[in-house]
Design a protein around this ligand. Structure first.
Ligand SMILES: [Zn+2]
Length: 622
């Protein structure tokens, strides 16, 4: 979220050799669902058939479904967390005055029965036989009628009935911009059981992890509602509303319409519906259609139509930077409560200012790579999806809006510095729900996560990071990559050792602080002494500017990296010094000029190294 194929291709993707460890596996689920939505009372009923493929070598005796809607009930874990966290989300607990004092009251706490969300299950069967199940908060625990043997399939069928909650977080009815239905996490969703085990996380606040599979979804709804969502509409010439082929006359609509969507190889299915949606389809390169569904009011129309060609260029930018978008469709849908990424679509607010909308849309589209196609676990490693998406979003906006700043990530570094220097930081390896403050989750995930990549540029060079992202995409698309996978990919591309980087940056709160300790004249030379003050190791780029206007750079490799970076600035003379082993607190080298001829010495002049104390990074000869 924002602070935001073809079947033959898939079999190809799965048939190729993988860089993942041999013990890697993930399950497969194929859903068929038929849903009937009552737009008057927000109740829906449905039937689900799910073919479950156990790709593991384990025999499964239980499975778990997510019933996310149940979070929107007084007394739920989501409610309790909203009431107890120091800085609750404004959308979930807005500031209100009680006895003249500002307090935050959980909106979930005060929901009436007709406003809550729920998802109830009935007639759950496995291969035709009834199976007992138990709802525990937002999880359905199912004890199987017969164990699922390794490398075998079983079919679950069930009936479900739900109520769309008042819009509080991500999904719901009648959002702040009047969108009728934002339907995310709305159906009984099988939890992932992968090479790490079960991931039946309760829905407390943070994001998701799903099972890859094919979705076939039929939604029956009042004929006046226009839908957007995951998947390709199968009966577009019967539906119309801008989906139909050119020149087709859409038949007159009866009372209800059944929208039939198919989404191949996704790990979620989301949709939204409103009577007032306008719907534009813009054709991009590689036959990818961008759909835009937004409310019919003048400012929204102006901003969304202005955004359409820009989003085509963002799509091209990401395809070029990371890898080809493997579906033929992506939809920007006004809905939800900010910006949230889903399979083949986003739900985002859309009535704001142009820059804000474009920023959100650029971010959410970036999640198609880092969350959807590269489906790292958002609960366990939120920095991998939010951080990497922020990184490519910043690159895209810097390039495509013509800003072209040398360091487009400055704001990310400043946010990280404020957290690191506050003493409140928690390691990035913290589960998304276990941060003490929402603010810490956000800075850790979005900004420190983005710096993982921009600082990697400092470590191994832009070219190697570009190649790393492409190779990471090729080798881990349609899978669940872990932190080690991005690290190993960067190592294999560059030849550098980066285990220390992954450990210190993501699993600790160690900080980087290097300084220029002393600059002394020694005969006709100048001796520079650097010191390492922070715990975290780094190689050093050093710029020396002379009084006569000339410049040169020095590079001190980090011994534990076993690596010498290519000169990032080939127009300038660079001297590669001896390496600096971490345990030595200081490092000394000579410049073959007198001290008086030196004007300024700067550690990391571009600022991609996240040094938390910058005042000791510069020496100026006054
Ligand atoms: Zn995001």
């Amino acid at each position: 979220m924002k602070n935001a194929l073809l079947l033959s291709l898939f079999s190809l993707a799965f048939g190729t050799a993988s860089a993942q460890a041999p013990c890697y596996w993930q399950q497969k689920v194929d859903y068929k669902m038929e849903v009937d939505m009552n737009v008057k009372n927000y109740h829906y009923t449905g039937k689900q058939s799910l073919v479950y493929t156990n790709n593991s070598s384990d025999t499964l005796r239980k499975v778990y479904y997510h019933l996310y809607n149940n979070a929107f009930q007084p007394g739920s874990e989501m409610d309790a967390r909203t009431q107890s966290i120091k800085d609750p989300d404004n959308r979930m607990a807005p500031k209100t005055k009680v006895d003249g004092k500002d307090v935050r009251i959980s909106r979930i706490k005060n929901l009436k029965p007709e406003e809550i969300g729920y998802l109830n299950i009935a007639n759950l069967k496995q291969d035709g036989a009834f199976v007992p199940s138990k709802t525990v908060g937002t999880i359905l625990e199912v004890t199987l009628a017969k164990p699922i043997l390794p490398h075998s399939q079983t079919t679950f069928t069930l009936d479900f009935s739900g109520q769309v909650p008042v819009q509080i977080r991500r999904s719901g009815r009648n959002n702040s911009e009047g969108v009728a239905l934002s339907m995310a996490q709305w159906y009984p969703k099988m939890a992932e059981f992968d090479f790490e085990g079960w991931h039946a996380d309760p829905y407390i606040a943070r994001e998701f992890h799903g099972v890859w599979g094919d979705f076939d979804v039929k939604i029956t709804i009042d004929k006046d509602y226009i839908l957007g969502g995951s998947g390709y509409l199968q009966n577009k010439n019967e539906i119309g509303y801008g989906y139909q082929d050119q020149g087709v006359t859409v038949p007159k609509k009866t009372k209800k319409l059944t929208w039939h969507f198919v989404a191949p190889m996704v790990h979620d299915f989301t949709w939204a519906a409103d009577k007032e949606y306008l719907h534009d389809v813009v054709k991009g390169h590689n036959d990818i259609d961008l759909h835009f569904l937004y409310k019919n009011n003048p400012k929204t129309i102006e901003n969304w139509q202005k955004m359409e060609p820009f989003m085509l260029s963002v799509m091209d930018f990401y395809c070029h930077k990371v890898g080809d978008y493997p579906y033929k469709q992506y939809s920007f849908i006004q809905g939800g409560d900010g910006g949230m990424e889903y399979a083949m679509c986003t739900l985002m607010l859309g009535n704001g200012e142009y820059d804000g909308i474009v920023g959100t849309a650029t971010h959410e589209l970036g999640h198609s790579w880092f969350q959807h196609i590269l489906a790292s676990n958002e609960s366990k490693h939120p920095w991998m999806d939010e951080g990497f998406t922020t990184y490519i979003e910043d690159l895209a906006l810097n390039e495509l809006t013509g800003k072209k700043e040398a360091n487009p990530f400055k704001n990310n570094y400043n946010a990280y510095f404020s957290m690191a220097n506050s003493g409140k930081e928690q390691p990035q390896s913290t589960h998304g729900d276990r941060f003490d403050e929402n603010r810490l989750y956000s800075i850790d995930s979005y900004y420190k996560g983005s710096i993982f990549l921009s600082q990697l540029v400092y470590l191994i060079g832009q070219d190697n990071v570009d190649k790393t992202l492409k190779r990471y995409f090729e080798e881990f698309k349609f899978k669940h990559p872990t932190p080690n996978d991005i690290k190993r990919t960067a190592e294999r591309v560059s030849g550098a050792e980066l285990d220390w980087y992954l450990t210190d940056w993501t699993e600790t709160t160690n900080t980087i602080d290097y300084g220029i300790k002393n600059v002394a004249e020694n005969k006709d030379k100048t001796v520079v002494t650097l010191e390492r003050i922070g715990r975290m190791p780094m190689p050093i780029d050093l710029l020396v500017e002379y009084a006569d206007g000339t410049k040169e750079t020095f590079y001190i490799p980090l011994r534990m990296m076993s690596f010498v970076k290519e000169n990032p600035n080939p127009d300038m003379k660079r001297t590669v010094l001896n390496d600096w082993a971490w345990a030595y607190p200081t490092f000394e080298f000579s410049i073959s000029k007198q001290k008086s001829s030196i004007k300024k010495i700067t550690i990391d002049p571009i600022g991609l190294m996240a040094d938390v104390k910058k005042d000791n990074n510069i020496f100026e000869n006054k």
